[in-house]
Design a binder for this molecule. Structure first.
Ligand code: FMN
Length: 184
């Protein structure tokens, strides 16, 4: 539970498929982030949010959401002051599940800082993160400079637990410092 002085950060798990490793990586992010006192963190699992393919009849920027699932999702996003997007790389980009969830709403994203933890095979999700940063500009979000990039991420997951290397813990600390600086 966030104290009145703590900004609330949602850690968004971008993948939704069975057998995904997204939750393992997001739990590591949460565990490390929760050592901080200045920000409060919670997981947001898009598989649990379970949105259909985008089906709003109006452009989300108009703010007139029709469907209950959209209103519920908008209320979730509105609760947070900033986000960490935990995204895999699928075919040189971020997954469709993440784009779909982002497209559904508009003003709830505006003006909020966003940080990125990318993971994948050889390139560690870097292409997904770069594309995601471009996308979030149109939503008037404020992407932070420091990213965490995890190549060959599957090799670091055993029994659902991601075991970080020291350099990855350090990169995550730098990311969290950069994110926190956006609120100071
Ligand atoms: C549809 C699909 C496309 C993929 N394309 C890439 C890719 O372009 N680059 C890469 O580094 N890894 C790629 N991978 C490997 C994934 O990054 C890796 O399987 C990762 O675990 C996926 O995240 P998830 O387990 O949370 O779904 C791809 C995986 C899938 C399922």
């Amino acid at each position: 539970m966030a104290s009145p002085t703590q900004k609330k950060i949602g850690i968004i798990i971008g993948s939704t498929r069975p057998n995904r490793i997204g939750p393992s990586i997001a739990k590591w992010v949460l565990q490390e982030a929760s050592k901080r006192q200045d920000l409060a963190f919670e997981l947001i699992d898009l598989a649990e949010i379970n949105l259909p393919m985008f089906d709003e009849p109006r452009v989300p920027a108009m703010g007139q959401y029709e469907h209950e699932h959209t209103k519920r999702w908008a209320a979730v996003v509105a609760k947070y002051d900033g986000f960490i997007f935990v995204t895999p790389e699928y075919n040189y980009g971020y997954p469709a599940s993440l784009k779909n969830a982002i497209d559904f709403i508009y003003k709830e994203w505006n003006g909020k800082p966003a940080a990125f933890v990318g993971y994948g095979a050889a390139a560690g999700g870097i292409r997904a993160v770069i594309q995601l940063k471009q996308l979030l500009f149109i939503l008037k979000m404020l992407p932070v400079y420091v990213d965490v990039i995890i190549p060959n991420a599957n090799a670091q997951v055993t029994d659902g637990r991601f075991k970080a290397e020291e350099a990855q813990n350090q990169a995550l600390t730098a990311l969290l410092d950069d994110l926190a600086a956006r609120f100071s």
